[in-house]
Design a binder for this molecule. Structure first.
Ligand code: ZN
Length: 64
């Protein structure tokens, strides 16, 4: 099971996974159009802290 591309809806593959104690970030690439997107696994409790720091973290992974 993989997430669908946000642009064209095709399957994506995981290019890279970055894990730490509380979050898992997966960099995904669309098999069809090549769009690179990041997905995030996080504890629901951590959502109370807001998403801004997570967005920064994900953006860092995408450009790393
Ligand atoms: Zn696509």
């Amino acid at each position: 099971m993989s997430l669908a591309c946000k642009k064209c809806g095709s399957d994506t593959t995981v290019q890279r996974t970055s894990e730490d104690k509380n979050t898992t970030i997966r960099i995904r690439k669309c098999k069809h159009c090549g769009k690179v997107q990041a997905s995030l696994e996080i504890y629901v409790d951590d959502m109370k802290n807001g998403f801004e720091y997570l967005a920064d973290k994900v953006q860092g992974e995408k450009t790393a």
